[in-house]
Each structure stands twice: as C-alpha cells, then as structure tokens.
Design a protein around this ligand. Structure first.
Ligand SMILES: [Zn+2]
Length: 334
C-alpha cells in the first residue's frame, strides 16, 4: 500500500520517468519526495518480483468493490468493453528478451534499432469513469489480434458478467473476432473504414436509397442509417448491422474582429459494423460506437506518455508487465 502511495505522484504527475520522480520535490500532497521514495532501480526490482496472477486477482477485487459501491455504471444502458493496442515504452539502448525490434533510421542505407513493448489493453467504459480490467503483451513477431484473442478469452473468463459487448477499431472487423466474441457470449462493435470492402460498398449504396433517422444532440445533427446484412464472412454466419452516422457539429470561433464570433460547421462520417440486438435504440448505438475513444483519451495516451524513456522498466520483461498493471492498481485503489 505504501508503495502504491509512493508511486501515485509519479503516475498522476507528468514526470516522464521514475528517475525524475526520484529527484522531484513538492510534486504532490506528500510534499518534498526527494530521498523519501524508492529509487527507480528498487521500483523496477519490486515490479520484477511481483506475481502477475496475484496482481490480476487484486485488480479483480478492486473491480468487485467498485461495482458494489456503484462507482462504475453502464454506458447508455449497456456494459461495454473496449480493446486496443498501445506501445508503452521504447528505448534505443536498453532491451530485454521480449522486446520487439524495429529500424527507426530515416536514411535508407542505415540501420538504427529501437526496442519497444506493446500491449493490448481492455477497459470497461463508463459515463464518468473508465476502468482498466487487464492487459496482454504483444510478443515479438506476433500481431495485435493474436494478443487480443488471449486477452479476450481471459477477461471473459475472469469477468464473465462485467460487459456485454466489446468495441474495437477496424482491425477487429473480421469473422474470427466476431465468432470468438459470439462463442464467449458477447456482442461485437468494430469500425468500418476500408473503402475496398464489400461491406463498405454495400452500406454506402443502401444509404443512398434509404432515408436516415435524424436527431440533434449537443450542437450536433446526426443522420443515421442502420442496415442489417448476413453472410459477410466465412468464419461468421450471424447477422451484422452496418451503422452509418453523418454528423454535423456547429461550433463558434473567435473572429478576427474583436468581440465577434464566427459560426462554423464540422462534418464527420462514421461507419461501424455491430451485432448488437435492435432493442438497443439507434441513439444509444451511436453513442456506444463512439465510446471507443475513451481508451485513447482516458487511459492509454496518458500512460504511454508516462512510461516512455523509462529504461529500467524497459530492461526487464516481467517488470514491464507488472509495472503497467500495478500503475492501474494504484490509480484504482486511491
Ligand atoms: Zn524489453
């Protein structure tokens, strides 16, 4: 617990590395932290000795406590999980046996290796608060989907009633993901953006011959189409719904003339493929499809910023996983 308290200022302040945390003064309510917190090496060593399964059990207990105390609530009437991959640290110097490697040289004839770690992360989305449930490493020479299937199977086993649907980006738009989630009793939501796809062409042509549902919400006018299609992939025989949302947002900017406002319209065109049942209202479906950004905005963007350049974390593979999980534990516990 003390360790969590000590780590929190690092987590919640934009320090960039544990070494900076060690040297900082007056960065939190703790006051002058110099010489009062563990060194970067100690934090790395402690993380490396942690039992990851035990840590997951603790995260599970925190989730149950949060759920019982109504700290987390459904999103638009549904419990939604979001899955996405993120790079959490990289280094040109330090590496471990599980580092992925890439050439970052901008000169064709030159090789400059960079070592990095990527994870798939799973969060539970909420109106006010999103909750990280688990992470899974993307090992060298494997893709995001392989890692995500391991993660999905584990979160469905460990949190069977925590969510009803899983949302992902365009990478998750495939028969294997939809079938896996259906076999685990979950609905799927994925972004459709490949214009070469048959699904995309079919959805656009159907939208041209049918009228949208139109509504307005928070300065935005939504024109939404909903079409049900079947037999889209060999690996998935069920129906899917293609949702298209044309959104026109009215925003006002300061004009060059002092004290005057300029009204501007911002347009966006979104497409998703889902298999949520039609009992969910179209308005809620669009909100649920949009909530995928929470994983970027509320969790991983901040974390990737915090962990980059952290060589001591980078250098030990288990330490890396534990540190990341433990950071979430700290964020949730306090
Ligand atoms: Zn490594």
């Amino acid at each position: 617990m003390m360790f969590a308290l000590q780590l929190c200022p690092y987590y919640f302040n934009n320090l960039g590395s544990l070494n900076k945390f060690n040297l900082s003064k007056d960065i939190s309510i703790i006051g002058n932290t110099a010489d009062k917190v563990p060194s970067a090496a100690t934090i790395a060593r402690a993380d490396d000795s942690m039992d990851l399964n035990y840590l997951r059990e603790v995260l599970g207990e925190v989730y149950l406590k949060a759920k019982r105390s109504k700290m987390i609530n459904p999103y638009c009437g549904k419990w939604i999980g979001i899955i996405d991959a993120h790079e959490i640290c990289s280094s040109d110097i330090h590496r471990c046996s599980l580092c992925s490697i890439r050439n970052v040289s901008k000169i064709e004839s030159e090789i400059k290796l960079n070592y990095y770690h990527r994870y798939t992360a799973f969060i539970l989305t909420g109106q006010k608060f999103c909750f990280m449930l688990d992470i899974e490493p993307i090992y060298p020479h494997e893709g995001e989907l392989s890692s995500s299937y391991r993660l999905l199977e584990r979160v469905c086993r460990d949190y069977p009633k925590a969510f009803e649907a899983v949302s992902g980006d365009a990478l998750y738009l495939n028969g294997t993901t939809f079938s896996l989630l259906a076999s685990l009793g979950k609905y799927a939501v994925a972004v459709l953006k490949d214009e070469r796809r048959y699904l995309y062409e079919e959805a656009i042509s159907l939208c041209q011959i049918s009228a949208p549902v139109v509504y307005e919400e928070e300065n935005t006018i939504y024109r939404v189409w909903d079409h049900t299609l079947t037999g889209m992939w060999d690996g998935y025989k069920g129906f899917v719904r293609v949702i298209r949302s044309e959104e026109t947002k009215t925003v006002s900017h300061h004009c060059q003339d002092l004290g005057k406002w300029q009204i501007q319209e911002e347009k966006a065109d979104w497409l998703w493929v889902i298999n949520l049942p039609s009992v969910v209202s179209l308005k809620n479906v669009v909100s649920i499809c949009h909530c995928r950004w929470q994983i970027e905005n509320c969790c991983c963007r901040r974390d990737s910023k915090y962990l980059e350049r952290e060589s001591r974390i980078q250098a030990q593979p288990k330490c890396n996983k534990c540190f990341y999980s433990f950071s979430f534990y700290c964020a949730k516990y306090l």
